[in-house]
Design a protein around this ligand. Structure first.
Ligand code: HMG
Length: 388
């Protein structure tokens, strides 16, 4: 008996309610805008308002999945993030409540920088293999926040991707072959007492590229497809030019030519959202699936990197009929619904992220999405919903 295909049955995205044009940041900081658009490959970045965080973005993305498929059969929720809002409680438990998910389910948060959504996806595939009728909701949600006036400032962003993992998936079956690479490196981290990440930018780029080659070699050693059998690629995109660097490094490593047409479409959403850490790779996948090219039957190579560092290269095959299930219009509306902020307003929002838990505070709802961070009461975070 052949094993059932397992993979991504549905995928929906969300982002923060404000957007900063990087042209505005360039003008305010005296930088040539070409450095952002060409050097980094970024045009905009999403900026969360006071009532937005990883929970509200994750719930908004997951709501779209639940609206289509209902909650039946969801036995596990994996919430992948590196911008957690509590040291103990999984952000997924708030999402579970906001969405009215079944009490007969397990919910857990996973952390390893930008990588953990991929660990969640692989674990989800394993759980579905054990119980083929079950479904796993994987949510990747993050806010990338660096120090103002640092080199990393234009690579901030925010976003969430929710994926429903099932047997006989409608979008993408995940192939079993996978390549792994872990190496201890202090390229990027966020100490417990800091709301912004600490980063050695140049080292992080080298660590990413080393991780890519290491994971690729391991992928091939474990029966992964040959380079010519991979039709399109998507990568973790801390800034979209990183995908170009990765593609070039792989070509050098293999001593071959790799056309940029094989990944370019994957950068379209990330150029406008900025770094969404755990969600970034999956925004790349969404952009590929939402594109005009028919990818039916094509193999998508996916590279996941999380600083510190853990890397994984794996692949999936796009399923026949997938176009009936993609959400290009929905995502276009979502991006267009963001409110443009100028640089002083963005800086004020950045500063407001330092809200502690010592004082009760009420945060008014203002984002255009259905879920809101409502403040702190008795040291516990509160959320409100415009709908359940
Ligand atoms: P920087 O110091 O601004 O970089 O930092 P730069 O001066 O080297 O400029 C960047 C590029 O722009 C260069 O091109 C310049 O030549 C070019 P490259 O050498 O790369 O080919 N440039 C221009 N191009 C056109 N017109 C111009 C112009 N001027 C310059 N006028 C850096 C850049 C990415 C290091 C910084 O933004 C940073 O530290 N970002 C955060 C770290 C990061 O994103 N690292 C990526 C790999 S690690 C990772 O992906 C993990 C992460 O997502 C976290 C996690 O896993 O949790 C970050």
């Amino acid at each position: 008996m052949t094993a059932p295909l397992i993979g991504i049955h549905d995928l929906a995205v969300a982002t923060a309610g404000h957007v900063l044009e990087l042209d505005d940041l360039a003008a305010a900081t005296g930088v040539d805008p070409g450095k952002f658009h060409i050097g980094l490959g970024q045009d905009q970045m999403s900026v969360p308002g006071p009532d937005e965080d990883i929970v509200t973005m994750g719930a908004t993305a997951a709501r779209r999945i639940i609206d289509r498929h209902g909650v039946e059969g969801i036995r596990t929720v994996f919430f992948a993030t590196e911008s957690g809002v509590d040291q103990s409680k999984s952000a997924g438990v708030w999402v579970h409540d906001l969405l009215g998910l079944p009490s007969t389910s397990r919910v857990i948060e996973l952390k390893q920088a930008c990588y953990s959504a991929t660990a969640a996806l692989q674990a989800a595939a394993g759980l579905v293999a054990r119980e083929p009728g079950s479904k796993v909701l994987v949510i990747a949600s993050d806010v990338a926040r660096y120090e103002l006036d640092s080199a990393a400032e234009p690579t901030q962003g925010a976003g969430a991707v929710a994926m429903l993992v099932t047997a006989d998936p409608a979008l993408l079956s995940i192939e079993p072959a996978t390549g792994l690479h872990t190496a201890h490196v202090d390229d990027f981290w966020r100490p417990n007492d800091s709301v912004t990440a600490v980063v050695d930018g140049k080292l992080s780029i080298d660590a990413y590229l080393d991780g890519f080659v290491g994971a690729w070699d391991d992928y091939r050693a474990h029966g992964g497809a040959d380079i010519d059998e991979i039709d399109v690629f998507t990568h973790h995109q801390p800034f979209t030019r990183m995908a170009a660097k990765a593609h070039r490094r792989l070509a050098e490593h293999l001593g071959t030519e790799l056309s940029e047409d094989r990944y370019l479409r994957s950068t379209l959403y990330n150029r406008r959202i900025g770094n969404s850490y755990t969600a970034s790779l999956y925004f790349g996948l969404a952009a590929l699936l939402d594109g005009d090219d028919d990818l039916t039957g094509k193999r998508v190579g996916m590279f996941s990197y999380g600083s510190g560092s853990v890397s994984e290269f794996f692949a999936g095959v796009v399923q026949s009929g997938y176009r009936e299930h993609t959400r290009a219009d929905e995502t276009a509306e979502l991006l267009a619904a963001r409110t443009r902020v100028d640089v002083p307003a963005y800086r004020a929002l950045h500063a407001a992220a330092h809200l502690g838990s010592r004082q009760d505070v009420t945060v008014p709802a203002q984002s255009p999405w259905p879920y809101h961070f409502a403040g702190v009461r008795g040291r516990a975070r509160q959320y409100s919903a415009d709908r359940t």
